[in-house]
Design a protein around this ligand. Structure first.
Ligand code: ZN
Length: 318
């Protein structure tokens, strides 16, 4: 099945300094591992990826999930060359805004390609990541909430009615949860290490108002590995998503739950991520004609990240 690989070289505009874990080398490691695989395997499905280059997201789409006052303040903060966003621990530089607009645009390109029938699924290989960004503040290395913007775009531009967001990044996606917590048309599901940054995502947080029951948090302790993760996907995620019956599946694919990752205490391996991905893909196949948009979130061990993402993309093509 055709898979879109969405990438723009200007992600490097968002430079965060030599000692920051969320750095341009993350994407470069992924790209070079994919190229190595392609030269080693002439028959690899990686040769068949449909490469799409995003354009900057229109501000009107970003403002469907972020408060206009926050969105309008970001370019000024970048121009002032502050070291960090004043709203949270996110290193910025003068050109971070441009990279953030392109990264948000990647999600829109993925949704368009899927809804237009050009591809079945898409991987957005961009940075900065997004799932910590709340409606009125960036934080946790995130400026705009890329996946949330793409969800609203799918709903408002393409009339998707119900979507599910599955988030297996080791950190809870507080931003995505906050943006959709009162909305029953977006089912947010997260498995994450707890207690751990950003210290949200307790199992009792299950949505507010009309959205009650449409947030599902599965905190796991440090040390949790493949068995706990895969059982959660089999026993909890799969039945919940099946009951919800979404039109589209969105995935916050962070790979920082990996055993080699410096920012986590969980012990998921390449095989664990592949097993979770198989469950997610089976759900998308059965429920929504395989329509799946996957977003790179965290993942800070360059070798583990490059291997996991390459396998993730190969699975998308199968
Ligand atoms: Zn993370």
């Amino acid at each position: 099945m055709p898979t879109a690989f969405i990438f723009h070289p200007d992600h490097v505009l968002h430079h965060t300094g030599p000692f920051h874990p969320e750095r341009p080398e993350r994407i470069q490691a992924i790209l070079s591992h994919i190229e190595d695989e392609k030269s080693r395997e002439p028959g690899s499905p990686l040769h068949d990826l449909i490469h799409l280059e995003p354009v900057s997201a229109d501000l009107s789409w970003i403002k469907t999930v972020h408060e206009p006052s926050y969105v309008d303040a970001v370019p000024g903060w970048c121009r002032q060359n502050l070291r960090d966003l004043p709203t949270g621990d996110t290193t910025i530089c003068q050109e971070s805004y441009q990279a953030a607009l392109l990264t948000a645009g990647a999600g829109l390109a993925g949704v368009d390609a899927i809804i237009d029938g050009r591809v079945d699924n898409a991987f957005c290989c961009m940075r900065p990541p997004g799932h910590h960004a709340e409606s009125n503040r960036g934080m946790g290395f995130c400026i705009f909430n890329n996946i949330a913007i793409a969800v609203r775009y799918a709903q408002q531009r393409h009339h998707a009615e119900r979507v599910v967001i599955i988030d297996w990044d080791v950190h809870h996606g507080n931003g995505t949860q906050q943006i959709f917590e009162e909305d029953p048309t977006v089912f947010y599901i997260s498995i994450h290490q707890s207690p751990h940054y950003p210290f949200t995502g307790l199992s009792g947080e299950c949505g507010e108002g009309d959205g009650e029951g449409y947030t599902l948090n599965m905190p796991v302790a440090a040390g949790a590995g493949n068995e706990i993760y895969i059982n959660a996907f089999k026993d909890i995620v799969a039945p919940a998503v099946t009951r919800y019956d979404p039109d589209l599946v969105f995935l916050s694919a962070g790979f920082d739950a990996h055993c080699d990752d410096p920012l986590s205490g969980t012990t998921v391996t390449e095989e664990g991520f592949a097993d979770m991905m198989q469950i997610v893909m089976d759900l998308a196949d059965v429920l929504c004609e395989s329509r799946l948009v996957s977003f790179l979130e965290g993942g800070y061990d360059l070798n583990a990240l490059a291997q996991c993402v390459t396998e993730h993309i190969i699975m998308l093509t199968e």
